[in-house]
Design a protein around this ligand. Structure first.
Ligand SMILES: *Cc1c(COP(=O)(O)O)cnc(C)c1O
Length: 227
């Protein structure tokens, strides 16, 4: 299948899942994850009408933005683990950071704001596993992180982000999302984004209320080998 066909196929499956859940497909944002692929893929996707792309590694992200970042209307979503010392580079290139998982990173992103720069949309990544080594804040710490980030004027807390653990059915993992989203909304009432759902589980994420889907390989094809 060609890129355009895979994109259309995924969008059709997104629309089906939305209708099955009684939701409006137009209310969903489909982010195409382009990690490990060359910047030319972003160009091709843009030509097909894609305006939201996601990257998970700062160096690759910054390099791609330098190459194709001036494409009209393109929004870059940073979705990977972020080192505090890379906050400036991430902030310089991202429209939204989905992977805010600790107060120190919030502080670093805030400190990296240039005078007069736009407010940065952030999502609080929540760890849905029992393993504290996995990315994301523990659910019990979510409210405190929301309060911390909400107090930083150059950040706008938009909602939550989560990745389904590999060893649990996605329905069961994503069942936690509405309650976690409520926790953030108890601090930031209009934080209504839920970033969840990848190639293997976007239909389950939509059923659980996801608003932002991060889909890679179903659209881009298999990722090239990487180091
Ligand atoms: C790579 C990645 C995705 C997309 O994964 P696919 O399975 O290729 O759809 C989504 N979210 C995050 C955080 C990722 O790192």
């Amino acid at each position: 299948m060609a890129l355009a066909d895979r994109l259309a196929d995924v969008d059709g499956r997104i629309a089906d899942a939305a209708r099955a859940a009684g939701r409006d497909p137009a209310a969903l944002t489909r982010i195409v994850v382009t990690k490990f692929h060359p910047a030319s893929l972003v160009h091709d996707l843009h030509r097909l009408g894609v305006r939201d792309v996601g990257e998970n590694r700062q160096q690759e992200f910054s390099a791609k933005v330098a190459e194709v970042g001036d494409l009209e209307g393109l929004r870059w979503h940073f979705i990977g683990q972020a080192q505090t010392k890379k906050a400036r580079a991430i902030r310089a290139a991202a429209s939204a950071v989905h992977s805010l998982d600790r107060a120190r990173l919030a502080d670093a992103l805030h400190a990296a704001a240039e005078p007069g720069s736009a407010v940065l949309d952030v999502l609080l990544q929540v760890n849905l596993t029992d393993d504290p080594g996995r990315g994301g804040v523990q659910p019990a710490e979510l409210e405190a992180l929301a309060g911390h980030a909400a107090a930083l004027p150059s950040l706008r807390v938009r909602g939550i982000m989560a990745v389904a653990p590999l060893d649990v059915a996605p329905e069961a993992a994503f069942a936690q999302l509405p309650g976690l989203a409520d926790t953030v909304r108890s601090v930031v009432p209009n934080a209504d984004w839920i970033s969840a759902g990848m190639t293997a589980d976007f239909a389950e994420a939509i059923a659980a209320g996801a608003t932002h889907l991060r889909i890679g390989s179903a659209i881009t094809g298999p990722r090239p080998p990487h180091g």
